[in-house]
Design a protein around this ligand. Structure first.
Ligand code: FE2
Length: 840
């Protein structure tokens, strides 16, 4: 053991070496070493462990154990009473205590550790103790004793020896557990899994209370939070954010009073990093980025002492074997990036994507030339024009290079030091799999705004054009095919007379058995252009086919309109962009103007740091480093896809590794955030959601927003059955919110879905819309996406493959977690040797 290392943090982390118990080379004598023991006497009387116990950072020979003890009469979450400093006892054993797990029964078996640990009010009575000298791949049990009181028995499993062949590892990764919305039922489900450990990717706490996104329904067992100090958040009448050390400590203490979270910590060692909410939403370094809360010049507020408070609380409460130095006056006084070896099977590299990251490439404070005001988050973090981002990034890289700095210094998520560390770790890894605990997604999530607007305008045009065809049919003696051909030619720019003559010529050619080419030739001979004639021929054929299939006149007019809208209007908008006459004719020219570009949906993710992502992929590629899979959180949605060497290359580049993104435990979904943001954008909102009002007998009208975002972002075109299935979890939640009891939910869902299937709004309009959006073909590298979900991900890793099971949970029932927790499991499989993911 490196004695100096532990001494450096004095009372923060104590350490001991396990004894005997079959450990080769340790002998049988008591060679326990405790560094940092103050020699204080054991506390006496009745105590309690309001946040139970926890273990973390399992290695082949060590573990970090955690607890917090206060006198029995003290409040569970208030600051520990002063003047109670003393010592508590820790026991660790390899003896089987499975029957006692999670209870405060007496720990049985010969202890390999039996030490006294200082309990200090200075650290709010939290205790962190590192045990070294443990045996690899062994299940241990542990218990703390404070005065007369025993903690619950905890369990952890050490990692296999670095040289061991490991047949299988199984673990869960999880993220985004907002106390204040939805429910934590997913934790109950996780506790029942057979796991070696749990990876936590951050948003373990949320720093705000009462913020806009925290006002939805929540389980009643999660009472309202009240920060001891808290600062009012600008622009919100109800929200406060954590600021002081007491605030952040309060959040960890309160969150960990939940017995379901306690059960996870008692059962499994955690390997945790943070994301943004452990400090402040969408943070970088010590900068806060709340909308409407900036310096006078629009730049972000830097809150060094707040960041230090957040760092310290995380360190005090997370069972992580990391270095923290309170004497370091900078805000970078902690290092949480670190790696783990699990035999020859897995290297796990955990990164910190907040403490060293650069500001967004296009900062929120950038002045929008159109308004003269700072951009705010739209155009900086969300819906960022891709070309602008690329140009600004290139400028910053060139500037840094010219100034003799590292080229990526100002455009980085990892920072120079951590990036080099990541590259070194990846290159040196000899294990089969290299897993990367990565907070924000590496997947390109883009959208071609031009294609999207073209599709929307075409969709919007369908009813108008159909009506036009119907009116024209009045003048063609009810001949809808002819009427359609006339309208088609006119919309494509022919004068009324030419359209009429051309359509008649086409009809005549068709009736005399001429093929499409001959029909078009007749149309051109009558004065149409080739484009006008081609469209008119297609429309004539579509209507004739519909009529032959028995379609009524209105349906025939609809078929004509579909062909005109998607055979002409869409292409015209795609070709001419904002200059298309159909944009002007929509009357929405101004509103649509900013969207004629390629967009990146979320530039707080790796999409906003494209140069660094490319550098990391180039490193993996040039060194032939395969079997790299990122475990990702942050975005409150499930995704699976490949990370390519250069998403800007033709076809999106070549796959290098795989990114598997897990939805949050409880936080509101990415879809729900975007739905709220897009509702103000008029037609653009159709890219995200479609309103459905479903009358349900005995329940009333259930209003849903159908998730179209999945299709816009690249989900494959659905069948009617798939479209219905997409709705299931949301519908079940909405019915539960209307008071349907859980026992009746499944049957009600089935009945409502049958009704929907029969409604033309659903089986025709919505189905066509979803299929058209899927046809946009955005993000071909994303193989699975479910942007409206809560849940967690179970990984089973063997030498041959990595199998990730995305477990989506059901929504609240009344004011409780549902009894039926898991709604559906989607499986993503990565086979060793191939940078690809298959979803089933
Ligand atoms: Fe989150």
């Amino acid at each position: 053991m490196d004695r100096r290392r532990f001494l450096k943090w004095g009372g923060f982390i104590t350490a001991s070496v396990a004894t005997g118990a079959g450990l080769a080379g340790c002998g049988g004598s008591d060679n326990t070493v405790v560094v940092g023991d103050t020699g204080a006497p054991l506390v006496t009387g009745a105590w309690k462990f309001p946040q139970s116990v926890a273990s973390g950072d399992p290695r082949a020979d060590s573990i970090l154990l955690w607890t917090r003890a206060v006198p029995a009469a003290a409040d569970n979450v208030a600051v520990a009473p002063a003047g109670q400093d003393g010592a508590i006892r820790l026991l660790v054993t390899a003896g089987d205590n499975s029957a006692a797990l999670g209870s405060n029964a007496v720990l049985a078996g010969a202890p390999v550790v039996d030490v006294h640990l200082p309990l200090l009010g200075q650290y709010d009575n939290t205790v962190r103790h590192k045990v070294t000298g443990l045996a690899p791949g062994v299940v241990y049990y542990y218990q703390f004793v404070a005065g007369d009181t025993r903690s619950n028995v905890g369990r952890f499993k050490t990692a296999p020896a670095a040289t061991a062949d490991v047949a299988q590892l199984q673990f869960v990764y999880m993220t985004c557990q907002d106390w204040s919305v939805n429910h934590w039922g997913a934790m109950t489900s996780i506790a029942a899994e057979q796991l070696d450990f749990i990876v936590h990717l951050g948003d373990y706490i949320y720093e705000t209370v009462g913020d806009d996104f925290q006002l939805g329904a929540v389980e009643s067992r999660h009472g309202a939070l009240t920060l001891p100090d808290g600062v009012a958040k600008a622009g919100s009448s109800t929200a406060k954010y954590a600021n002081t050390l007491a605030d952040y400590r309060y959040l960890y203490k309160q969150y960990r009073t939940d017995p379901r979270l306690q059960a996870l910590h008692e059962r499994f060692a955690f390997i945790a990093v943070w994301d943004d909410h452990e400090f402040t939403d969408d943070s970088w370094q010590d900068a806060q980025t709340y909308d409407g809360s900036t310096n006078a010049d629009g730049t972000d507020l830097h809150q060094s002492s707040r960041r230090r408070n957040a760092n310290q609380a995380w360190f005090e409460f997370m069972p992580a074997d990391v270095s923290f130095d309170a004497a370091d006056s900078s805000f970078q006084n902690i290092r949480i990036y670190r790696d783990f070896q699990f035999g020859k099977l897995m290297q796990l590299v955990m990164t910190d994507q907040r403490l060293y990251r650069s500001d967004h490439i296009i900062p929120e404070s950038s002045i929008n030339p159109a308004t003269g005001k700072p951009l705010g988050r739209i155009g900086s973090r969300y819906l960022v024009p891709q070309q602008t981002l690329a140009a600004v990034e290139a400028q910053k890289i060139a500037g840094a290079t010219a100034a003799g700095q590292a080229p990526l210094a100002g455009v980085s998520i990892l920072g120079n030091t951590q990036r080099q560390w990541w590259m070194d770790k990846m290159k040196a890894a000899t294990s089969t799999w290299k897993l990367w605990g990565n907070e924000v997604s590496l997947l390109r999530m883009g959208m071609n705004g031009i294609d999207a607007i073209a599709t929307l305008l075409a969709l919007n045009a369908v009813p108008t054009v159909a009506a036009q065809v119907g009116t024209t049919a009045g003048a063609t003696a009810g001949n809808v095919a002819l009427a359609g051909a006339i309208v088609a030619a006119a919309i494509a720019g022919a004068t009324a007379g030419t359209a009429q003559n051309g359509a008649v010529a086409i009809m005549t050619a068709a009736l005399s058995g001429g093929a499409a080419q001959a029909q078009a030739g007749a149309g051109v001979a009558a004065g149409l252009t080739a484009t006008q004639a081609g469209l008119a021929v297609a429309v004539y054929a579509a209507v004739t086919t519909a009529a032959a299939g028995g379609a009524a006149a209105t349906a025939q007019a609809g078929a004509a309109a579909q062909t005109i809208a998607f055979g002409y209007i869409k292409q015209d908008v795609q070709a001419n962009g904002a200059a298309s006459s159909f944009v002007a004719a929509s009357g929405k020219q101004e509103a649509l103007a900013p969207f004629f570009a390629r967009f990146l949906l979320n530039c707080d993710q790796w999409d906003g740091y494209n140069g660094e992502r490319k550098a990391l992929m180039a490193h993996l590629k040039s060194n032939n480093i395969g079997n790299v899979v990122a475990l990702t959180g942050d975005i409150h949605a499930f995704f699976a896809g490949t990370v390519n060497d250069d998403f800007d290359a033709a076809g999106g580049g070549t796959p290098v590794m795989v990114d598997l993104v897990s939805a949050g435990i409880s936080s509101d979904s990415f879809f729900s955030y975007l739905r709220d943001a897009a509702s103000a954008l008029g037609d653009i909102g159709t890219l995200v959601s479609y309103p459905l009002a479903i009358p349900v007998p005995g329940v009333g009208t259930v209003s849903l927003n159908f998730n179209l975002l999945d299709y816009t972002m690249g989900k494959a075109a659905p069948t009617l059955a798939q479209l219905l299935e997409q709705l299931r979890v949301q519908l079940r939640g909405a019915l539960a919110a209307k008071g349907v009891a859980e026992g009746a939910l499944e049957a009600t869902v089935t009945a409502v879905m049958a009704g929907l299937q029969a409604s033309s709004d659903f089986n025709t309009s919505l189905l066509a819309l979803a299929q058209q959006l899927a046809a946009l073909g955005n993000n071909g590298w994303i193989k699975h996406l479910n942007t409206d979900a809560q849940g967690y991900t179970l990984v089973t890793l063997t030498p041959g493959r990595l199998v990730a099971q995305f477990r989506q949970v059901n929504k609240l029932v009344g004011t409780s977690a549902p009894a039926t927790l898991v709604a559906r499991t989607t499986t993503a499989t990565v086979t060793a040797g191939v940078a690809a993911v298959v979803v089933s």
